[in-house]
Design a protein around this ligand. Sequence first.
Ligand code: BYC
Ligand code: FE
Ligand code: FE
Length: 484
Amino acid sequence: MIDPTSVDYDGLIPNNVGLNADPRLRRALESWHPSCLDWWKARGPEGFQANLVYLRTAISVEPEGWAKFGYVKMPEYRWGILLAPAILDRRVPFGAHKGEPAWQEVPGEYRAMLRRLIVVQGDTEPASVEQQRYLGRTAPSLYDLRNLFQVNVEEARHLWAMVYLLQKYFGRDGREEAEDLLRRNSGDQDSPRLLGAFNETTPDWLAFFMFTFFTDRDGKMQLHALAQSGFDPLSRTCRFMLTEEAHHMFVGQSGVGRIIERTCAAMRDAGIDDPTDIARVRAQGVIDLPTLQKRANLHFSLTLDLFGNEISTNAANAFNAGLKGRFLEDQIPDDHLLIGATYTVPRLRDGRIVEEEAPALSALNIRLRDDYVADAASAVERWWNRIIARAGFGYRLSLPHVAFNRRIGEFATIDADPDGNILSAPEWQRRRGAFLPSPDDDAFVASLMQPVTEPGAFASWIAPPRAGIDGKPGDFEYVRLRNG
Ligand code: BYC
Ligand code: FE
Ligand code: FE
């Protein structure tokens, strides 16, 4: 019998899905592979393709010890197809089919809806790689450069994960969707990525850390919701992806945390008591805390748009169908049907923001968004504010109101400040620079982006990490810039 937790590394495509026994699928994937490599070279990390990078690769799907570390050239990374172990006798956990055996094939009546969910998820993965394409030029250390590339290869593996589902379960239109995932591009005028935040730029390392903190965290929430799916292959795929997602968020929370640590140390050394004395703080060559707050405001609000509309029949239908559940659905003590249940939703009524009860089924996007906000808020406290407090400064970073700076949903039509007060258009224009990064702020951050490539050295604006990757010492050469 095949051990479903061990991964077959013999063929071109590492997998634990029995690819050798499915020649049609193997052919489809093997013919997609060169297109993917072409995409990677054209749209993935600029440069560094011939350098050895100390990367982890998945070799098992067991929670313990699935990763192996070693030097790899990125184009030779073993992108694989990895599903979390099947759960014996798994049932559809929610919706109209609750209690029926989980589907091992696509339920015909829900084919279009399921395909759309997989395509949307699949579209975000390569988009993030494209957004991060140029960051290698300005990495603050080899440690950070390696982390960037680790995130990039894993996001590309997430693309593989969705392409596997499309090619195995959706026949010809699945293969076409798989090609289209490589054809759309982040920020492209004619064929942009599907969701707004994935067409924004990631111009500097602060943007990268904020993105992995805020936007990869949306990935975590959406993957959790899809991991509950009654379509078992999607559930198993997402469960394994979540093990990788943890590292992406670690990169963001520790990245910003190390910036904060460095800023606080520089303020202390220079005898600066007031963190809002921006000119003096910046003169130390570090990023002031108010600029971090503005960047957090930007990335948080862009990410909230990814949850869709407050009231959504798409979300209700996907839940009823048993395709997309709630965060930790299997731990919620209710009937998992939500017929007649209600949920509190912030709405715009007569120019004011009010809380209203709405049918819980229609409010699922907002329920997931609420879970996201709680998760992000606690991470801000734990990873960021704790560092500021320990350094003895009376400054706190916080998340803006959900109505702030929105493009999708209820609050897209108004301008609100970070506290949720609605502003007139002129008032918003006048105060915008206090809420969101100004061109000056961005130019200052850009001025700090000078590459540091000496092993063990770090840019002036970021502290070294507490510990190395895979227990490596501080001066470890995470990326070999001169191979040999
Ligand atoms: N941009 O009923 P509604 C990740 C559209 S991140 C553009 O509210 P629904 C990652 C919507 O499509 C996780 N259009 O929508 C992170 C709909 O159009 P149709 C990615 C938008 O479907 C970092 C219409 O408006 N995964 O993995 O309930 C690095 C009505 O809206 C947007 C997923 O998102 C938007 N922001 O909710 C790498 C999971 N919002 O159908 C990776 C799958 C809404 O009327 N996606 N629209 O033509 C979904 O569950 C849902 O599609 C959405 C939207 C949450 C995105
Ligand atoms: Fe991902
Ligand atoms: Fe991610």
